[in-house]
Design a protein around this ligand. Structure first.
Ligand code: 4AD
Ligand code: MG
Length: 457
């Protein structure tokens, strides 16, 4: 039997039966006639108050020690929790030296906790973030199940840099057969072609969507992104959905908005705990985004004009001048979402030259049927597009991007054999957690973050 977790115990009613609870000590308070301990097991935001009728019982108990307790649940006179445990026995399963234990009781900074990534999940916010990831994933599962999207597992090892951004990690076996020990194998050796860690599951999802109509995945993605920002990781999780028979960008953004509202409407103790540390403006914006009102839309063209107008009317210059044909910089994205719209905004129809080969060309011959979703405090959260389903145009795009047509023969075949209009999107899962949790940096949104220069454990 698994026994009861702290969360389950806290949700039960007082009883005369003996219950057993396991966990880690958060604090101990010794008084003359009685002693108290708070015991946490990471299953919820709260700790269980344990009362020791004999104050000698917990005398060796320290912060961080792991314990097994048995006792009876009685109703708690104090505020905050309905029940407390009247302890009858205590086993210390693992001691914890209170002097050298890195997780001391005073507030610990994010930087300090990042340096102790193996221990930081024991503290409140990182633990809540971990559970919030699970809650967000389940909300998304519910949305996609309801709409008949088949969940798919896509490869991590791939043969292409689908995004063409040159941020791909190449992989190779440590040694090749017959080589002198330690000599690194050529990256072609194992598969007879170069192998990479995936940057996106999209191309594989397109093949799957051409078989099951609607599909989605939540998969690790890897990017050798060197810039040090609050929104980039070298290993992150991307939610990607791809579906057939969609033929407008508005059809894509509707799914993004509906799926995200399902997550934004989560009202869990984890979210409330995290929000305690975030400012109240953020809450108001998040609550507004979760409401029924449709999110804003603007074309790239209109976004550039708004940015230029802002420079002209305020006299304040962006670091990068907004110019049609140039990528939107993070400062531009932030201004659009934080200042102009004050909420999420879909920016659509970017110039073809700024985007990967697979996006569907618009009738103007200059822009593509795509969108980025920008959100306050973060900037780009989602990117997606209709995919070019017209064979000749797709071949021309491959050529324009200097890509090897032979390597993409399977991808071209999807257009040849029953090719259907289709499209999809990719959403950075850590950026989503940072948005809905009001957390400033994606490095706090994944248990063991990796970025250029950092891979602790
Ligand atoms: O905009 P991106 O590069 O789009 C694609 O890869 C498409 N193939 C997705 C698709 O249409 N199926 O990445 C999608 C999202 C970004 O909007 C961002 O939220 C996140 O993935 N992302 C990152 N998150 C954390 N760290 C990084 N280095 C990220 N790079 C992208
Ligand atoms: Mg993008």
């Amino acid at each position: 039997r698994l026994g009861k977790t702290v969360r389950q115990v806290l949700a039960s009613t007082p009883t005369d039966e003996l219950v057993q609870v396991n966990g880690w000590v958060r604090s101990v308070r010794l008084q003359k006639r009685v002693a108290f301990a708070m015991v946490h097991d990471g299953t919820c935001t709260q700790s269980l108050q344990v009362v020791f009728p004999d104050p000698r019982m917990p005398h060796r108990l320290t912060n961080g020690a792991s314990v097994r307790l048995t006792g009876r649940l009685s109703s708690s006179p104090g505020p905050g929790q309905a029940v407390e445990l009247l302890a009858e026995s205590l086993d210390i399963l693992g001691e914890c030296d209170p002097v050298t234990y890195p997780i001391q009781k005073q507030t610990l900074s994010s930087d300090y906790l990042r340096d102790h990534a193996h221990l930081r999940l024991r503290t409140d916010s990182p633990g809540a973030v971990l559970r919030l990831r699970g809650q967000a994933m389940q909300a998304l599962h519910r949305y996609f199940e309801r709409h008949d999207f088949t969940y798919a597992h896509t490869p991590i090892l791939t043969s292409s840099d689908a995004e063409g951004a040159g941020e791909t990690f190449r992989v190779a076996p440590l040694t090749s057969p017959g080589s002198t020990a330690g000599a690194p194998a050529h990256s072609y050796e194992f598969f007879a072609k170069p192998a990479y860690l995936t940057v996106s599951s999209q191309l594989h999802l397109e093949a799957i969507a051409s078989a099951v109509a609607r599909t989605w995945t939540l998969s690790p993605c890897f990017r050798a992104e060197r810039s040090q920002t609050n929104r980039h990781l070298a290993e992150f999780w991307m939610l990607e959905a791809e579906w057939a028979f969609v033929d407008s960008v508005a059809g894509l953004t509707q799914v993004v908005e509906d799926a995200l509202k399902e997550v934004l409407r989560l009202n869990t103790t984890e979210r409330r705990l995290l929000w305690k540390d975030a400012d109240s403006d953020k809450h108001a914006l998040l609550e507004e985004a979760a409401g029924d009102a449709q999110w804003a839309h603007m074309t790239y063209d209109a976004a550039i004009r708004a940015l230029q107008l802002r420079e002209a009317s305020s006299g304040v210059k962006f670091q990068f001048p907004p110019v049609w044909g140039h990528a939107l910089q993070s400062e531009h994205e932030r201004w659009l979402a934080d200042e102009l719209v004050c909420g999420p905004v879909f920016v659509t129809d970017y110039p073809a030259a700024l985007k990967p080969f697979y996006m569907r060309l618009n009738d103007d011959g200059k822009t593509v049927a795509c969108f980025d979703l920008l959100v306050p405090g973060i900037g780009e959260l989602v990117g997606g597009s209709l995919r070019e389903e017209r064979l000749e145009l797709l071949e021309a795009a491959l050529e324009r991007h200097g890509m090897d047509k032979e390597a993409y023969r399977w991808y071209l075949e999807l257009r040849k054999f029953g090719g259907a209009p289709h499209g999809g999107f990719g959403l950075g899962f850590e950026r989503l957690i940072s948005w809905i949790g009001g957390i400033d940096n994606v490095r706090e949104c994944i248990p063991m973050p990796r970025w250029a220069g950092r891979m602790l454990l």
